[in-house]
Structures are given as C-alpha cells and as structure tokens.
Design a protein around this ligand. Structure first.
Ligand SMILES: CC(C)(COP(=O)(O)OP(=O)(O)OC[C@H]1O[C@@H](n2cnc3c(N)ncnc32)[C@H](O)[C@@H]1OP(=O)(O)O)[C@@H](O)C(=O)NCCC(=O)NCCS
Length: 167
C-alpha cells in the first residue's frame, strides 16, 4: 500500500472510492465540482494505492474561509469498504494534515464524527467561537489549528466554496 499525492490519471479511481465508501454519488460529484472550482484552490489531495495499482482511499483538503480568513475543509475522505478499518483512512488524514502544515496553512475544518477526528487534533469549533453556516450538532463541527496560536482572535461563521452547496 502506497499513499501519495493525487495525479491527473487518478480521477476515475477516486470517483469509485467515494461511490463505494458512501454508497451514493454526492461525495464523488463534490470532488469533481471542486476540481473545476478555482476559488477552492489550493487543494491537498492524497490517494491510497494497492500494490496492484487500485486506488482504495482518498482525502481532499480545499480552500474555505472563516469570515475572510483562509482555512481548509477536509472533505471528503473515503476508503473502499473492503479496505476499511486497516488504518488507511487515518494515514491519509495524517499525511494530508502534515502536507497542509508544511505548506503554511493555519487550520482545517471538518464536519465529522467526534469519536474519529479528535485523535488527529480536531476540537469542537464552537469552543473557539467558530460556527457552521448551516444547522449541525456542535459536537460534529470540528476544527484543528495547525500551529499553537493559529486560531487566536479568529471567530465567526465558516464560508464554504460553491461546490459544497451545489452538489
Ligand atoms: C471514515 C473512513 C474514511 C475511515 O477510514 P478507515 O481506513 O476505515 O479508518 P482507520 O482504519 O484508519 O480507522 C478505523 C477507526 O475509525 C473509526 N471509524 C471508522 N469509520 C467510522 C465512522 N463512520 N464513524 C465513526 N468512526 C469510524 C473506528 O473507530 C475505527 O476503529 P475500530 O476499527 O477500532 O473500531 C472510512 O471508514 C470510510 O470511508 N467511511 C465511509 C465514508 C465516511 O463516512 N467518510 C467520513 C465522512 S467525510
């Protein structure tokens, strides 16, 4: 199993990952809509590839804002069902977080399960005074500062890029 940056020819395999992981087309459509959306750049995108060349996992970070402060959304992350619970999702997430930190990004927002994401450093966004632009349980709307003081003085509503509201 290799985890690496997405390349052009991975697109079809990434689509299959999300369709299988989520059992619907929405997340695969979101990835494709984000690829077309310059306002959501930069993207940090990594895939998990088997020895036979099959893409079995994918994670994407893309540009969003907290009020007018640049941040990143972690969405989607998926692993094909047969390959789940082997540590692939966690490794994809850890690597993409590290890539974003090295690129000088400041924080990452995720709408996700509070039993899964805290292990990577995600905390409740509401505790920083940061809120989702839609109704969501506060325990599931999470943020991770990439440096110690990265969220100092930042509060407000998260603004997602257009593809999140159109797919
Ligand atoms: C969530 C997901 C990406 C995790 O990938 P993975 O490779 O299975 O994860 P790992 O093997 O690194 O970690 C497994 C742990 O994650 C947790 N976990 C996995 N899926 C979970 C889920 N849907 N909800 C809560 N926790 C979950 C479990 O605690 C599991 O630990 P356990 O096996 O000891 O119970 C994968 O399960 C998946 O694609 N799920 C469907 C799509 C999805 O829900 N994506 C996340 C929302 S964007």
């Amino acid at each position: 199993m290799q985890i690496r940056t997405e390349i052009f020819k991975d697109a079809a395999g990434i689509r299959l990952v999300h369709q299988a992981a989520f059992g619907q087309r929405t997340e695969a459509d979101l990835v494709e809509a984000l690829r077309e959306d310059e306002a959501s750049l930069p993207h940090y995108s990594r895939v998990a590839v088997t020895d036979k060349g099959e893409i079995v996992g994918h994670v994407l970070l893309s540009r969003i804002y907290i009020e007018d402060i640049p941040s990143l959304a972690l969405a989607p992350v998926g692993v094909k069902p047969h390959w789940q619970r082997k540590g692939i999702g966690s490794e994809l997430i850890r690597q993409v977080i590290e890539e974003a930190r090295e690129a000088g990004e400041s924080h990452i927002v995720v709408l996700g399960h509070d039993s899964y994401y805290p292990q990577f450093g995600f905390e409740r966004a509401v505790d920083y005074g940061i809120e989702a632009p839609f109704p969501v349980p506060v325990d599931f709307f999470l943020i991770m500062p990439l440096e110690r003081q990265a969220l100092k003085g930042i509060r407000g509503i998260v603004r997602y890029s257009k593809p999140f509201s159109t797919v």
